[in-house]
Write a protein that binds this ligand. Structure first.
Ligand code: AMP
Length: 285
């Protein structure tokens, strides 16, 4: 496994790999890896001949300095996990490698309405920072395929729009969310939950699943949303949002609308930790 911090080392390695006819799969992460991240590595290894994983905690996408500070960074453990899962390259730059002093490169892509609801409301500036770092990483790696998790559904929608905007020759693959046995979506932030909170948080995926059943039985979105909200609140969770949206536009659905792509997305807060989850309720696209 080739490990590097500097962009020039990464590019030199990839030049050789591409000359050898290898196709490149890319998995961008912020480290503190778990089975969810590793599932993306496996997905990449299954269809490409060189898998590049980046580990970079991007300060620009944190609007809360305390969250950035507390973000776990177990680099030796991460490297071991990536070695064991068969990654070919790990790129883990420092902040000054990604954003050299004086470099004012900014991207003109504007995610527009895709970045406005949900995370956009609760984390101002988050998607601008995310898009900027993903753009820089894609320019450095120039992968054939990019692997991202459905867990961050809004993020995937924005990156897809950015790839289309720049007409980048990259296939974006969205991989399913890996979950704990109780249904809790795996996340690097879960380590900050107490054992009992981690157990109780399984309710989020049950509520999402139940909502789909209710939709299939003809219940109105407004009623499904109200009952989901009630159950989560009764369990003592704080709710940032529980939105049922058109998966293409991310616009909240009104009763009676029934597009071919329907996704329920939510964030609840428990012990000060934001837990993000979603479920695709309909995909006839
Ligand atoms: P992060 O390190 O949180 O930026 O995540 C890096 C990538 O892993 C993103 O594409 C995430 O959507 C994906 N990811 C995070 N958690 C999961 C999960 N539980 N299952 C699948 N993919 C995930």
């Amino acid at each position: 496994m080739f490990i590097c911090k500097r962009v020039t080392d990464l590019q030199q390695y990839l030049l050789t790999a591409k000359k050898q006819g290898k196709d490149i799969g890319f998995v961008p992460t912020m480290g503190a890896l778990h089975e969810g991240h590793l599932s993306l590595v496996h997905a990449s290894r299954a269809v490409t001949s060189c898998t590049v994983v980046s580990i970079f905690v991007n300060p620009k996408q944190f609007n809360d300095p305390a969250d950035l500070e507390k973000y776990p960074r177990p680099i030796s453990r991460d490297l071991q996990l990536l070695y064991d899962s068969g990654a070919d390259v790990v790129f883990h730059p420092e902040v000054h490698d990604m954003y050299p002093p004086g470099d004012k490169t900014s991207i003109e892509f504007d995610p527009g309405p895709l970045a406005e609801p949900m995370e956009g409301l609760f984390r101002p500036g988050h998607f601008k920072g995310m898009a900027e770092v993903v753009y820089r990483l894609l320019e450095m790696v120039k992968p054939d395929r990019l692997f991202m998790g459905q867990k961050d559904f809004q993020q995937v929608a924005i990156v897809r729009a950015m790839i289309d905007y720049y007409k980048m020759p990259i296939e974006l693959v969205m991989s399913p969310t890996m979950r704990e046995p109780n249904g809790l979506a795996m996340s690097s932030r879960n380590v900050r939950l107490s054992e009992s909170a981690r157990e109780r948080a399984g309710l989020i995926s049950s509520v999402l699943q139940q909502g789909k059943i209710e939709m299939d039985n003809g219940k109105k979105f407004s009623e499904i949303r109200a009952s989901a909200w009630q159950q989560l609140q009764n369990a003592g969770f704080e709710i940032d949002y529980f939105d049922i949206v058109n998966g293409h536009t991310l616009k909240a659905l009104q009763d009676g609308e029934f597009p071919d792509y329907i996704v329920a997305c939510c964030v609840i807060r428990l012990e000060g930790v934001r837990l993000l989850d979603n479920m695709i309720w309909r995909d006839n696209g």
